[in-house]
Design a protein around this ligand. Sequence first.
Ligand code: GDP
Ligand code: MG
Length: 193
Amino acid sequence: MIKIVSADFVKSASGKQGYPSLAVPEFAFFGRSNAGKSSLINMLVNRKSLVKTGSRPGMTRLINFFLVNKAFCLADLPGYGYAQRSSQEQDAFDQMLAEYSRERRELKTLFFLIDLRRLPGDVEKASVEWFESLGVEVVIVGTKADKLGSNEVRNVVKKWSAFFNRSADLIPVTSASKKNGRDTILRLIAERL
Ligand SMILES: Nc1nc2c(ncn2[C@@H]2O[C@H](COP(=O)(O)OP(=O)(O)O)[C@@H](O)[C@H]2O)c(=O)[nH]1
Ligand SMILES: [Mg+2]
């Protein structure tokens, strides 16, 4: 199991000119605003507030890069689904993601976080297919498991498994508040280093 020795904020970027040159494998966290991306990163690196959480949805418009153990990078991507976004902002957001997915050679895996209480729909399906079409491995992660009973969690994962057409074993379930699922995500990272 990966032991966290250090975790540092490196920088924020809106485009490839701003990406840090770290030359280490990178793992990205993507999902709807409020899905729990920042909280999950904090849980993984054992830090309460390395990444700011619970800020006004849609406020994070930049990609935030964190270097862990000087060995791998975690990228907190901006969240989608913020209704207040203008179409111009939406275009800039799509452009930022497209550029990141295409250009970021260090990117190994994208963790697609979905609140277990939400029903994934067309946006989620299309996003997964789009990332995969660019050759990006996508791991769907259920978040906020503490908000549901364990039977409910199992049923949700079963539904998602059918919806996304992938084995339920490949859909980790996490709770940042209960610190569940940490080992699973760290193991997935370790396997890819
Ligand atoms: N109960 C519970 N709340 C969570 C969990 N993860 C995140 N949250 C809460 O959900 C809100 C959004 O979390 P955040 O990490 O900022 O989501 P982000 O917008 O995807 O980065 C915050 O109020 C968090 O405290 C979790 O595992 N369980
Ligand atoms: Mg966040």
